[in-house]
Design a protein around this ligand. Structure first.
Ligand code: SAM
Length: 295
């Protein structure tokens, strides 16, 4: 089991929910520059100051084969030899903590963010912290993966050409929830097109306890929201004031060819503080998604 602890939190100012809300009332196309402005001002209340230990434990458990999954036990493509390199993507990577983490598991990782200031900060973070204990090369991992920092829009083929670039593992944490609900169908479409036919999308689901009516970002998520959007990539689903309108979801029995389906979902043993309730109980979940052809 992974015993590393994350570095101490950054000195971000205390979060101001209204500030984020007001910043992102602008139409979606304006969001990229809004994110960059916040990064330039060092207003980054979403930054957890360290990697997702839920992901670290999940990947470590893949080695130990002890992972108990409620639906199936997914096999995640952890590189095992120089000749078997695997590619990972962290969209909306921010300061890149999870990029460094995946590299310590041997993945060649692309850390992508639309904000140039975020990627500057990620490069600095790599310089300062890549050798921290939390990013030590994992037992059984023969090499550290390469890191490629990319500034660009996740949704654009100019950033990553989805006809050429496919990833064995994509990790989403606080990227899906950073997008307004009207962009969620596009998130699912893009995830599907960038995921290798044998690849795994791993989502650290958050925020699952937030009230949808309170707006965002972060915009509230539910397990059904992930299922519905990933089952119908690119399809606009209806939202009511209190969240996804479940009656607008087409029948799940006949998914389109590019659908992703859930291989498993589990409660992590550890997660970020923001994923705990007031009693200290973990509310986050890890879910793993594959192309339906994999099932
Ligand atoms: C809530 S932050 C999460 C950052 C990071 N995942 C973390 O855990 O610290 C969302 C990030 O997504 C980036 N982002 C927003 N829209 C994007 C887009 N269209 N393409 C790429 N990155 C985007 C923002 O710049 C921001 O860094």
């Amino acid at each position: 089991m992974d015993t590393h602890e994350p570095p101490s939190p950054t000195d971000s100012p205390a979060p101001d929910a209204n500030r984020l809300k007001e910043t992102f009332t602008a139409p979606f196309p304006a969001h990229a520059s809004r994110w960059d402005s916040l990064w330039r001002e060092s207003y980054t209340p979403w930054d957890r100051g360290g990697p997702s230990l839920a992901l670290a434990d999940f990947l470590s458990d893949q080695f130990s084969h002890s992972m108990q999954f409620s639906i199936a036990r997914p096999r995640i493509p952890i590189p095992r030899s120089q000749g078997d390199r695997k590619k990972a993507l962290v969209p909306g990577c921010g300061r890149g903590h999870d990029v460094l983490l995946l590299s310590s598991f041997g993945y060649d990782v692309t850390g992508l963010d639309v904000s140039p200031a975020s990627i500057e900060s990620a490069k600095e973070n790599e310089k300062l912290h890549a050798n921290d204990d939390v990013y030590a090369l994992r037992e059984g991992t023969p090499f550290r993966g390469s890191i490629d920092w990319v500034v660009g829009d996740f949704f654009s083929d100019e950033t990553l050409d989805s006809s050429l670039e496919k990833f064995d593992l994509i990790f989403d944490y606080t990227f899906f929830c950073a997008l307004p609900p009207e962009a969620r169908h596009r998130w699912a479409k893009r995830m599907s097109s960038l995921l290798h036919p044998d690849g795994h999308l791993v989502c650290l689901e958050w925020p699952l306890t937030k009230n949808f009516e309170s707006g965002g970002p972060p915009w509230a998520l539910t397990p059904e929201t992930y299922v519905a959007h990933l089952a119908f990539p690119g399809v606009v689903l209806k939202y009511a004031a209190d969240g996804l309108d479940l009656s607008s979801i087409p029948p799940l029995e006949n998914p389109p060819a590019d659908a992703l389906c859930r291989l498993g979902r589990t409660k992590p043993k550890r997660t970020h503080k923001s994923g705990l309730d007031s009693a200290g109980k973990i509310t986050d979940f890890i879910s793993v998604w594959v192309h339906t052809s994999q099932i």
